[in-house]
Ligand binder design. Sequence first.
Ligand SMILES: [Zn+2]
Length: 601
Amino acid sequence: MAFYPEEFIEEVKSSNDVVDVISGYVNLKRHGTTYFGNCPFHKEKTASFAVTPDKQIFHCFGCGVGGNVISFIMKAENLSFKEAVEFLADRAKLQLPVENDSEEVANELRIKEYHKSQMYNINKDAGKFFFLNINKSKMAQDYIKQRKLNIETVKKFGIGFALDDNSLVKYLKEKGYKETDMLATGLVGKSEKGFLYDKFKNRLMFPIFDVRGRVVAFGGRALGSHEELKEKHIPKYVNSPENLIYTKGRHLYGLNIAKQSGGDKLKRILVVEGYMDVVSPHSYGVTNVVASLGTALTENQGKLLRQYAEEVVLSYDSDQAGQNAILRGIDVMQSLGVMCKVLQMEGAKDPDEYVLKYGPEKFNKLINNSITAVEYKIKILKQKYNLDDTADKIRFLNKMAEILSKVPNNIERDIYIEKLSKDLGVGKEALVAEIEKFLFKDDKKTKSLKVPQPENPVKSVSKETSELEETILYLLTSKRKEVFEQVKKFVLVNDFQVEPNKDLLSSFYQSYENGSIYNLDLTSLCTNEDQVNIITKLMAKPNTSIEFDKITEEVLSSFNLQKMQKRKEELLNLMKQATDQEELNKYQSELRELVQSNVRK
Ligand SMILES: [Zn+2]
């Protein structure tokens, strides 16, 4: 086989995380949401080799080499494209699209694949069987009515019911399935006397699908009151065991459906605890919800989320277990470089209850008002200390500073400092000093991780100006429509003063206008070395953990202020050189307008 299908190459890429793979070659250290190490492709003492997980790219600031996980392996292992794909497929234990293997291995694989396919088929048939059972159970129908679930939602999620008999075994036998395969799915058990029986009884059944839409497992919820179940020692939830096709913590309930509701990538996915927390909102049209099935998010689930969403909002119970799950979830998502927020809910114990009580509009509003991970940590911390007590307040500020010192983005950090200083009545300088203690501590370890700065490109332009221009370009590397629209309103290409920045801004605007920006490797916009230096520096900065709308607004207002300042100086100069009264009047009136518009702001 000369070529592999595009689909397979995508699967190979998504199964080989760029950080995981490169870690095998380079000692990487995380700095914010980017990883740095010594470049394997040129000799260096400073770590200028950057790996950016959220974009799944690497780039060396020293020698300029960059690319994705496949091009890395091609270079590192000196392989052809096809060989690199095979290398990575093997690493991820993916089966290659059929080619001649040794007969023995091929046979073994075939047998395993056959059993797996039988298990998928059994699950699929069982799912249909459970679904049809709903008509036979008044209890199940009552429950669905009481939860106000419409039939489309029940169908979409394949919700069903397991009767209190052994009808599933009978059904599967009739379908011709073998005993070993039935037992392997965990839907069927075997008594000591060799008698096969249904393992799920009297339960509402939720099929768990993988992203490809195959049923990998079931969750069964016992119907009946809390007290009744407790008295009879019946567990509320029972799940399929782990087996050949199901591993706990690898799937997200509802992702197969949620992913259909967005185009390429969802802007946001809400992560909840239970099945009904996904199904209920869905029946009201809130479709970007998945459940982690277990209390805390696992790293595997985090990686799945990263593939499908730009931002993750966590919603767990407000008890201690829920709080721990949120903190763990925040860590998982942040280590993967994904923006993570926390839903704040009052008046209901979970999303299921909330939508039922207040409706979808209020629920969507709630999601929009989620707080950032840092704000959540501050909130938890505040509960632990008595802020009226001076000693406690100092301890609180110290802890706070530690949290803020880990915020990778300076602009974002400044926003929190501003807010905290207002809330607590503490000077900004004091807070900054506290934070710097931690930054300095960290700096000893990470000093060598600093990205090398290019020489200041044009001498006559101030550092603030060139930095502000770069910040604006950086915002545009997010490829967000809202950011582009906002920036375009205020910034003209000719407003930029640094030549390479100006060229880049112009290319950005052009490819935004013709729509090519979305599937473009931004480095391909560069026409010379200076631009490459700028853009790779910008791209290696983390950009998933910041709030673009907020920051864009702040940056643009500083930019406008600077622009105005510059024009003011120009006008004052022109006024000095003016030769007649008419000219002077013109400049004066422009200056007056400029000053007045400044005052209005
Ligand atoms: Zn290099």
